[in-house]
Ligand binder design. Structure first.
Ligand code: UD1
Length: 379
C-alpha cells in the first residue's frame, strides 16, 4: 500500500482532486491510501465547500486555514504548516495540482524533506513570468519526481527545458518520470456533465435560454487590478449586449466583485449594473458552471480551466489574456486571444457568431487520465 498526501487549496484543485480520489476509491483502494490536506487558500463556501459536497470529495484530513495574504506570506505560512503534516504522515508521495500558491508550497515543503513530488498538470507554460502561476509551475515541475502533462504542448515544453523524458522506473527528482496522459478535468467533465444537468437550476433561476448567452468569467489579477484593462473588458461586454442583443452571464470571483466599484469608471459601473442583459451572479458551483458551459453560445474568460471546459463542450472561447497555456485551442481555431482589447473582443465575438464550422479534435486525452496516473504512482 502506498500513501499519497494530496495538497489542494484553490477552487480548480478541488475539481482536479475529485478525479484522482474517485479513481482510488473505485479501482485502487487496495494499493493507494490518500490523505487530503486543504491549505485554506480558498475558504468561502462558494469557493471551497460546495465543490467537496457536489463531487463527493472526501473531507480533508487537515485544513491549514491559511486564508488570503500577500504571495510571500501566504506561501510561507503554507510551507511551514505543510512541513509538519508531511513529517507526521510520512507519505510515499506528495501530490500537487496545477499552478497555485498551494502547489508551490507543497512542492517546496515536500522536496526539502525530501518526499517524492507528483505534479499533475505539468509542463504548461505561458512564457510570461509576470504571472505568479508561471513561476509556481516552473518551480514545481523542476522539483518533481513524477510529472503528468495534460497536453502534447506541455510535454514539449518540458523537453524544451531540458527534461530527458524517462518512462521507465526508478524515478527520482534528478531522473523524473515524465508522462503525457491527458487532462483529469476532462475526466471530470465527462463524469459529471449528465448529473450536473439533472441537478442544476442555474439556467432557470437566471432566466437563460440555451444557446443565447455568453458565459464570462474574470478573475486574474492582471485584469482585476488594472483599471484600464477592467474598463476595456466591461466596455466590451456592454457594447456586445447593445450591438448584438446577446445576454452575458458573469459568475463573479470574490476578487473581482471587490474591485468593480473601485476600478470601473462611475458611468461604466452604473451602466453595467443597470444593463438587464448582463447578469452578475455569485461564483458558480462546479455543476452550475458545467451547465452554463454546456448550454452557452460562447465563452469569454481569463481562466485556464474554463477555456478547456469550453473546448470539451465544443464552444468557442474569447481569451481575455495576452497568451494562453492551452495553445492547441487557439491553433485549432476554437479560441482567439483578445487580451483586454475592446476591438479584438468585439471582432472575435462577431467572427465566432458568423462562422459556426469548427472542429474540436481530441487534444485532452480520452477521459482516463486519473487511472493512468494512479497506475504510475503504484509503480
Ligand atoms: C488562485 C490561483 C489561480 C487560480 C485561482 C482559481 C494563485 C497564485 N492563483 O487565484 O491560479 O486560477 O486561484 O480561483 O494561487 N478570496 C475570497 N474568498 C476566497 C478566496 C479568495 O474572498 O475563498 C479573495 C481574497 O480577497 C483574496 C483574493 O480573492 O485575496 C485572491 O485569492 P487568491 O487565492 O490569492 O488568488 P486567486 O485569484 O483566487
Amino acid at each position: 500500500m502506498k500513501k499519497i498526501l494530496t495538497i489542494v487549496g484553490a477552487r480548480p484543485q478541488f475539481i482536479k482532486a475529485a478525479a484522482i480520489s474517485r479513481a482510488i476509491k473505485n479501482s485502487f483502494s487496495a494499493q493507494l491510501q490518500e490523505i487530503i490536506v486543504h491549505t485554506g487558500q480558498h475558504y468561502d463556501d462558494t469557493m471551497s465547500q460546495v465543490f467537496f459536497d457536489e463531487m463527493q470529495i472526501p473531507k480533508p484530513d487537515y485544513n491549514l486555514t491559511v486564508g488570503s495574504a500577500s504571495h510571500a506570506v501566504q506561501t510561507a505560512l503554507m510551507i511551514e504548516k505543510l512541513e509538519s503534516v508531511i513529517l507526521k504522515e510520512k507519505p510515499d508521495f506528495v501530490l500537487v495540482y496545477g499552478d497555485t500558491n498551494s502547489t508551490l508550497a507543497g512542492a517546496v515543503a515536500a522536496s526539502k524533506i525530501p518526499v517524492p513530488l507528483v505534479h499533475i498538470e505539468a509542463g504548461l507554460r505561458s512564457f510570461n513570468k509576470k504571472m505568479p502561476e508561471e513561476i509556481n509551475r516552473i518551480v514545481c515541475d523542476h522539483l518533481s519526481t513524477l510529472l503528468f502533462t495534460p497536453t502534447l504542448a506541455g510535454l514539449n515544453n518540458l523537453i524544451g527545458e531540458g527534461f530527458n523524458v524517462q518512462t521507465k522506473p526508478p524515478f527520482t527528482a534528478d531522473r523524473p518520470g515524465v508522462f503525457h496522459c491527458g487532462d483529469i478535468m476532462y475526466d471530470n467533465s465527462l463524469y459529471f456533465s449528465e448529473v450536473a444537468e439533472s441537478k442544476s437550476v442555474i439556467l432557470k433561476s437566471n432566466d437563460l435560454e440555451p444557446g443565447h448567452y455568453i458565459l464570462c468569467t474574470i478573475h486574474r489579477d492582471f485584469n482585476t487590478d488594472d483599471p484600464l484593462r477592467l474598463n476595456s473588458i466591461f466596455t466590451a461586454l456592454n457594447q456586445i449586449t447593445a450591438d448584438f442583443g446577446v445576454e452575458i452571464v458573469l459568475p463573479l470571483h470574490p476578487r473581482t466583485s471587490g474591485v468593480l466599484i473601485k476600478h470601473l469608471s462611475p458611468e461604466l459601473y452604473k451602466a453595467t449594473f443597470a444593463n438587464p442583459k448582463i447578469k452578475i451572479i455569485p461564483p458558480a458551483s462546479f455543476f452550475d458552471i458545467l451547465v452554463l458551459e454546456k448550454n452557452c453560445k460562447m465563452v469569454m474568460t481569463d481562466s485556464g480551466g474554463v477555456q478547456k471546459e469550453a473546448y470539451f463542450f465544443k464552444k468557442p472561447v474569447i481569451i481575455l489574456r495576452p497568451e494562453t497555456e492551452w495553445v492547441e485551442i487557439v491553433e485549432n481555431g476554437c479560441g482567439i486571444i483578445c487580451n483586454a482589447d475592446l476591438n479584438k473582443i468585439k471582432d472575435a465575438f462577431q467572427h465566432f457568431s458568423e462562422n459556426q464550422n469548427r472542429n474540436y479534435p481530441s487534444i485532452f486525452g480520452n477521459g482516463n487520465a486519473a487511472e493512468f496516473i494512479c497506475r504510475k504512482m503504484i509503480g
